[in-house]
Design a protein around this ligand. Sequence first.
Ligand SMILES: [Zn+2]
Length: 233
Amino acid sequence: MTELEIGDVTVDVVFKDIKNVHLSVHPPTGRVRVSAPSAMNLETVRLFALSKIGWIRNTQRKIKSQERETPREFLERESHYLWGKRYLLRIEDHYGRADVLLGHNTIELNVPMGASFEQKRDLLLAWYRDALRTASKPLIALFEQHLGVEVRRFFIQRMRTKWGSSSPARQSIRLNLDLARFEPECLRYVILHEMAHFIVPNHNANFVALLDRHMPDWRLIRAKLNYGPLAEF
Ligand SMILES: [Zn+2]
């Protein structure tokens, strides 16, 4: 995959055995992808994308202001993802105390009979948050060593349009709670990306070189994040 920068818009270009060039904008981040015939040169693709820039920006605005997909209802057998694997939700009432048990193919919510939608959602979100926090700590420690930087604080929150963010001045990073639903390598990539900003604040060639050195397949992983299935909590 090749990347084009058109102003502040990044366009992923994929060359394929197709006749016509095709441009699309993908939720949830508004990522832009152009599929182009193999014979087309990159400059032609750039001009094509540039001619659509108004439409791209409009569509990105819509995506960002839109509610994402149908909300989950926390019903028996509803699908939920953890670390890239699909589980079926089970609602149980074994004992009075609320908790979550991970089975082979199930996520079991133990909630009092008649628990509300909000109770079930909050219980599951807290459980995802714990899972993400636990998984993040060793990865942060690993990249602290590899990059020679220190993360003083990290936060987990639900974000609509980003996978993470960082403040080099405060030595803090923020991670999107949704990352718990993707393959673990996605979390690894986002942590590396945000920590690499402690060294290079923007996405210039030095930044890309840092990513290449510490995670050679980061482009593939990022594509999973940007195009992977994403259902709403
Ligand atoms: Zn960045």
